[in-house]
Design a protein around this ligand. Sequence first.
Ligand code: NOJ
Length: 537
Amino acid sequence: MAQQPDRRDWWRDAAIYQVYPRSFADGNGDGTGDLAGIRARLPYLAELGFDAVWFNPWYPSPLKDGGYDVADYRAIDPVFGTLQEAEKLIAEARDLGIRTIVDIVPNHVSDRHPWFRAALAAGIGSPERELFHFAEGRGERGELPPNDWKSEFGGCPWTRIADGQWYLHLFATEQPDLNWAHPLVRQEHEEILRFWFDRGAAGVRIDSAGLLTKEPGLPDFEPGVDTHPFVDRDDLHGIYRSWRAIADSYEEPRVLIGEIWVPDTERFARYLRPDELHTAFNFDFLARPWSAAELRASIDGTLAAHAPVGAPATWVLANHDVTRTVTRYGREDTRFQFATKRFGTPTDLGLGLRRARAAALLSLALPGSLYLYQGEELGLPEVEDLPLSSLQDPMHFRSGGTDPGRDGCRVPIPWSGTLPPYGFAADGTEPWLPQPAGWAALTVAAQTGDPDSMLELYRAALHLRRERIAGGFGWLPSAPEVLAFARADGFGCLVNLGEAPAALPEGAEPVLSSGPLAEDGVPSDTAVWFEILDTRL
Ligand code: NOJ
C-alpha cells in the first residue's frame, strides 16, 4: 500500500529511521552532530523512502548516559542547536513527507535537573524529595542500601548523599528515578507531551516505558512472586491511557511508541490495547539468533500476540543500545545479549554482511512498521577497537571495564571521502568518537549508485515495500531452514538460513535479492523477494 502523506494510521506500516543526533551529521564543525547537520540531510532520508524519523534525546544533558539524563525536557542542548531550529526541522521534514518522533524519558531525570537539585537542597522529609525515591538505608547507621534491587546498568541502584539518605536510580547514578505515584510527576509529563505535540511532533518514543512505577514501600525483590517491584507493573496502564487521550485529542492523532523489554508476549501486548500505546519495539525479534526456527517462532509469536489487540507489529534489527547487525550476525553466537558483547569476540564480517542483507529483506517484507538505526543502511560494523580513553558509556564503566558498552554502535556516520571524518564534519575536525580508518568504501557517496551496495539494496527494498507490499501474511511450504512467506497481494519473500540451496516456490518471479542467485536455487544466507500468483493464502 503506497504511503499517502496524510493517512492517519501511517504508523501501522511506516518505515522509521532512527537518528542518533550526536553521530548523524555535524553542521557547525565542532565534531558533534547537530540539528543543522540533520536538516541538511533530510533529503537523503526522504529519497531513501522513510516515513518518519525518531530522534534520540536532543535535550540539554550532562551526557552521563548519552542524553538519556535529561536536564530540561523543553529545550534543545546548545551543542545541537535551538528550539526554533528544532521547530524548523520538524516542519521541513514534514514538507518532505517525513514525520518526527521525539524521545521522551519519563522514568528518570538528570541529577542536574532543577527538580533534583531542589530535592537535594530542600533536605530530608521535604515535599521536593517526594518527587523522587529517597529513603533511609538499612544497617545500624543506615549504611546499607534500602533494598536489594539491581541497577539496569549493573551494580547497586542506590546512592547515598551527604545527609545520610539514599536515592534510587535504576540506571546510572546521575539518573535519579522519578516517583510516579506523585501527581506532579504525572502532570509534568503530560505537559511535556503537549509541548512537543504542539510543536508538530507526530509521536513520541517512550524510554524505559515498562519501569516507571514502583511497588509502594520499595520492598526487596522476591523471586517467584508474580509482580515485580519495578518491571511491568499493572498501574502503568492507567498512565498510558491518559497519554493516549492526549495523543488522540490532536486533529492528526499523535502516536505513542513504547520501549518495553517484557519477554511475556501476552503481557507485552497489554500495552498495545486500543486505548494505550500504538506500537512498541519488538525486542524479541531483535534478540533472536540467525536461525530459521528461532526467527519463525518470533514472527509467529509476534503476529499472534498483536492480533487480539489489533496493533501492528514492529520489526527492529538494531538500535543505539545493541551490537550492529553486521557484527552480531558474523559471530559464532548470533543471539543478541548484553553479556555477549565482550571485547575480542571473533567475527566474520563478510558472513555478517551477507546475513544482514538477508535480514534487511526479511524485516522489510513482514507486516507492520519497520525501524532502521542510522548506519544500518550502510552495513556499518560495530567499532570494536575504540580507544579505551574515548569510551563514554556508563555500561562500560559500571561493568568495571569488562563490557565495551554501547559506544561501538554510536560512531559518527561516514558520508563521503576516504578519510575520517568522512564528511560527517568539516575536514580536519575530530569527531566526538573516532571513526575507523577503513570506512572509505562504506560512505554514502561510495555506495550511492553501486548496485551491489547495502545502501542501494535498502533503497530498492524501501521503495518496493512502499509501492508494492501490503495485506495479510501466510507461510509457504519450505524446508525447515528456510523461511518462505507470501503477503496477500501476491508478493513473497524467501530467506535461506540453511547450507543447501533452496528452491523458489513454483511460478515465483524474483524481483530483488540480497545476493546473487545460483542455477540450483537461492544460496545460503540469501533472501529473495518475488511475485507469485498462487499464494494459497
Ligand atoms: C533505554 C535507552 O535506549 C538507553 O540508551 C538508555 O541508556 C536507557 N533507556 C536509560 O534511559
